[in-house]
Write a protein that binds this ligand. Structure first.
Ligand code: GLN
Length: 385
């Protein structure tokens, strides 16, 4: 008898997390998993220490400490003009990862189809599997990753329940345009679809603007807006995320969340409330520094024969390596790059349903100090020789 459940045989462990382990084994510079190697804001660290010393060490309210939910609602009012009721419409989770998984389990029925734009952040596939749903992949059009709205429309069937949107986009850095968001909103309303939107990179934009689909007319009631503190406040290890959805959807999400994790770390939620009130300077500085990091990384990659376009948002570059190595597939190339050149990346195929599609690309994360990026650039120099 097989002692493991069938559903676990239909997906693999995260390749992104695996490549972090490869980086540790080989001593390579880790440009694989997307986490910053620089400190998070000091006021948040102080607030977390104060919360622990102040004995905020027991369970917070399951769906989030009131102070954090109020601060999130206030931030959405300020940034997006969105009215959110902190009492009924926000669920604080253990990272955006849990928010998305809980949303799938709360709102998708077994056998439902969920549309995922490809390439995609690898979690969405297993999220669908864990909800016994069927992921349906619709490709974005390379090299600029345009949305083919006809193709998206053609993928919708009577069984389609939801569509996953991720803007700014991991792994391509695409920022969906106003026209694309409007087209998605129109389709969602015409076919009565839910939209789960992963906006974790909302503050990392280098060109264009971030558009939150929940602010479109008719979309608020059918959208779950997912984001978190990890990327904006450089604290991926704190595991603080949230889902914003209308009351009825939120109460289902809250139930799943309650029985999965009970709640996110209470003292860190207290510190999260402090972060939510940072002023525009904080976000401007963050964005400015990230744009410089992007430019440093783009130059290093272009100089060494990778083919890639500059991302408009998020902190990844998906780069084609076929001019450097025609023989290896993406996994072999990524291992070779870690072992021989000393840089860990994520194999492109892990972002595709059809693995062949990512066979000649790897993803570089540039959420690193200029010193780390400089070291990576030096190592890449070896590829020119
Ligand atoms: N989003 C990050 C990435 O794509 C990692 C998230 C995670 O590992 N939980 O690398």
């Amino acid at each position: 008898m097989t002692r493991t459940a069938q559903r676990t045989s239909t997906f693999n462990e995260s390749v992104i997390r695996e490549m972090t382990r490869v980086a540790h084994r080989t001593g390579a510079v880790n440009l694989a998993q997307g986490f910053p190697d620089f400190p998070m804001p000091a006021p948040m660290k102080d607030a977390a220490c104060a919360a622990i010393r102040g004995d905020i060490n027991q369970y917070a309210i399951t769906w989030g400490a009131p102070a954090l939910r109020i601060a999130i609602a206030e931030k959405y009012r300020r940034w997006y003009g969105m009215t959110v009721d902190p009492d009924t419409e926000i669920t604080v989770t253990c990272g955006a990862t849990e928010a998305m998984a809980a949303t799938f389990m709360a709102l998708v029925n077994p056998g439902d189809e969920v549309i995922i734009l490809e390439p995609f952040y690898e979690n969405y596939g297993p999220d669908a599997v864990l909800a016994d749903a069927t992921p349906v992949f619709v490709p974005l059009i390379a090299p600029n990753w345009d949305l083919d709205i006809e193709r998206l429309a053609a993928a919708i069937t009577p069984r389609t329940r939801a569509l996953i949107l991720n803007t700014p986009h991991n792994p391509t850095g695409k920022v969906f345009t106003r026209a694309e968001i409007a087209a998605v909103a129109e389709l969602a309303q015409r076919h009565d679809l839910l939209v789960f939107t992963d906006e974790i990179y909302e503050h990392l934009i280098y060109a264009g603007h971030h558009h939150s689909i929940a602010t479109w007319p008719g979309m608020r009631e059918r959208t779950v807006t997912i984001s978190g503190l990890s990327k904006t406040f450089s604290c991926t290890g704190w595991r603080l995320g949230y889902a914003i959805a209308p009351r009825e959807l939120s109460s289902a999400i809250r139930k799943v969340h309650d029985f999965l994790t009970v709640g996110a770390a209470a003292p860190l939620q207290a510190a999260g409330a402090v972060a939510m009130s940072f002023d525009a300077d904080y976000y401007n500085n963050l964005q400015r520094a990230y744009k410089q990091r992007r430019d440093v990384m783009m130059t290093a990659l272009a100089n060494t024969g990778f083919s890639c376009i500059a991302p408009d948002g998020a902190y990844y570059i998906l780069a084609d390596f076929s001019a450097i190595d025609k023989d290896r597939n993406d996994r072999d190339f990524a291992v070779w790059l870690a072992e021989t050149i000393g840089i860990a990346t994520v194999p492109g195929s892990s972002f595709y349903g059809d693995q062949q599609l990512g066979r000649s690309s790897v993803r570089f994360a540039f959420c690193k100090t200029f010193e780390t990026l400089g070291r990576a650039a030096e190592k890449l120099e070896a590829l020119r020789r």
